[in-house]
Design a protein around this ligand. Structure first.
Ligand SMILES: [Cu+2]
Length: 553
């Protein structure tokens, strides 16, 4: 064979190679129209499905009196420890040792003394707050510690203010789960108008922080001439403490937050609601509402006009920011990555929480529970980076206060969407009168942020800050809404937020809208590939043989 013919074969080989690449077969191909459905199976992994309500402390839900403190019935599945509530009302110095031992608070977390105005309640309030990291890295090994799930399997790194507690930061020796006092959001703090309040920040964290009393009447400096506004030029360094002093003259729903590298530290969770209750005789207010939610010992003025009160606290998290404390445990690296590496103008909100939880955990402790013909007081604060537009299904409510300033009765707007800019607060009066305006009647009515991202968890919807305004008869004996069981087992499952479940996992919709599945490979494609690849290989072998024979000649 001549050299010329051999050379002419080379472009042919390239051509065949191009054809073969073009028709490279896939083991299967994407289905077209009417594919066979494949229903999602959990591959025997049942552990990822959780019970909707753990029902760990059913006795905590009951109405009770502890050391003379009347504690209302908790209406949803995960109530606060009533002994913590009793201590939050009376202070550690006015409860029995037995009560203090059943609460998780430390012996100096809250001291209430001196009835200065002689009206039957204490007026000098000493509060101690610590700073706690949740879901952070540990030098002990490759795991997170003080874990706190905002939804099944979702553990963003968070920082919170916490009332000074005692004992282990974990639930028990066999667990990495944070004890129930250490959670998001930072506690709602309640004091009475005119109280002399001393808030000591004991910085138990590895970075500097402060407390800024946003909207709360406080002098610019303490009596000793020290910082009292909590700005970043007066950081409280790790291991140090600082006491802020105030005697608020104005009642209302306010806010508090760290003011060091404010954008980042706010988004990490260092903020909470600060409520100043009107001064009334015998007004022992609940100083801490752990994790916000139902106030189990409402103030005198709230009880006068309302059947129940809820603190609703909205927060969002950027998972990139949250991950910084999970990828390092050297404070220098964390400080640098957070304030030099991380760019807030590139931030994205991935997780949206109401009272420290995202759906479905909001059903455990962030529901609003009502009966017909009640008056409910809602205090809403927006600690997100973005605005919220809170919408109640089946109800309209009246705005009684903006940023802690009472509206005159004639100008209280009644609406069904409440836009709240970052750091703003609204007080709402929700009536459950079934008149087609205030309420459309009993139900398990959703309430959620109507900004499209707010109802998602890292893009998964339903998720985010969705919760339920539930009428009591529609709750089961554990305080969970009597909802479609399939929906609950779908949501109380790590696989859901890990995006491993099919969109419509069960029933007829699984056939119609389930996984598209896979079908057999395209035969024509296989034949063309086979021919092209075969011819090419044959030609290469042929050329090699010819060449070898020429060499031998
Ligand atoms: Cu801070």
């Amino acid at each position: 064979m001549t050299k010329r013919i051999l050379l002419a074969l080379i472009p042919l080989i390239f051509l065949l190679a191009a054809v073969a690449i073009q028709f490279f077969p896939k083991p299967s191909q994407k289905a077209g129209i009417l594919p066979p459905a494949t229903v999602y199976h959990q591959s025997g992994e049942t552990a990822s499905v959780e019970k909707p309500c753990s029902n760990e402390h059913p006795e905590w839900r009951q109405a009770q009196v502890i050391d003379g403190v009347k504690i209302d019935e908790a209406l949803s599945c995960e109530p606060d420890n009533p002994y913590d509530v009793a201590v939050a009302v009376k202070g550690v110095n006015n409860v029995s040792m037995a009560t203090l031992m059943q609460s998780g608070l430390s012996e100096d977390a809250l001291t209430l003394t001196d009835d200065l105005d002689g009206d039957g309640d204490p007026d000098i309030i000493r509060i101690k707050l610590e700073i706690v990291e949740l879901n952070g890295a540990t030098p002990e090994g490759d795991f997170l510690i003080n874990t706190y799930d905002i939804a099944p399997g979702i553990q963003p790194g968070l920082w919170v203010f916490a009332p000074k507690s005692r004992g282990m930061a974990l639930k028990n020796f066999n667990s990495a789960v944070a004890n129930p006092l250490l959670r998001a959001p930072s506690p709602t703090i309640r004091v009475e108008q005119g109280d002399k309040v001393y808030i000591t920040l004991e910085n138990t964290h590895y970075l500097p922080h402060t407390i800024h009393l946003h909207g709360v009447d406080h002098p610019f400096q303490t009596a000793a001439g020290e910082d009292n506004d909590g700005m970043d030029d007066h950081p409280v360094f790790p291991g140090k403490s600082h006491t802020y002093e105030l005697q608020p003259r104005h009642a209302g729903t306010m806010f508090y937050h760290c003011h060091v590298q404010t954008a980042q530290h706010m988004m990490m969770g260092l903020n909470g609601m600060f409520v100043i209750e009107e001064n009334h005789p015998d007004n022992w207010v609940q100083t801490f509402n752990i994790g916000a939610g139902q106030v189990r010992h409402p103030s005198v003025s709230v009880k006068k006009s309302y059947s129940r009160e809820y603190d609703l606290y909205y927060q969002s998290v950027d998972k990139k920011l949250a991950r910084i404390i999970q990828n390092a445990n050297d404070p220098r690296l964390i400080a640098n990555r957070m304030s030099r590496g991380y760019n807030m103008t590139d931030s994205v909100e991935n997780y949206f929480m109401l009272n420290g939880h995202s759906l479905p955990y909001t059903l455990r402790d962030a529901m609003i529970v009502v009966a017909e013909n009640e008056d409910i007081k809602l205090r809403i604060a927006n600690a997100q980076r973005s605005s919220v537009a809170i919408h109640f299904h089946g109800h309209k409510a009246a705005i009684t206060a903006y940023d802690g300033v009472e509206q005159p009765a004639g100008s209280q707007l009644t609406r069904d969407v409440f836009d709240i800019a970052p750091a703003q607060r609204l007080d709402l009066h929700l009536k459950t009168k079934n008149d087609g305006l205030n309420s459309y009647g009993p139900g398990l009515w959703m309430f959620h942020d109507h900004v499209a991202t707010g109802t998602t968890t890292d893009g998964m919807e339903p998720g985010g800050n969705m919760a339920i305004l539930a009428y009591k008869p529609l709750l089961d004996e554990q305080g969970m809404p009597k909802m479609h069981g399939d929906l609950l087992s779908q949501l109380f499952n790590k696989d859901y937020y890990a995006k491993k479940q099919a969109v419509w996992p069960e029933g007829d919709f699984a056939q119609l809208l389930g996984e598209a599945g896979l079908i057999a490979p395209d035969t024509l494609r296989l034949i063309i590939f086979g021919l092209a690849a075969g011819l090419m290989t044959g030609l290469l072998i042929f050329i090699a043989l010819v060449y070898r024979r020429k060499q031998n000649l």
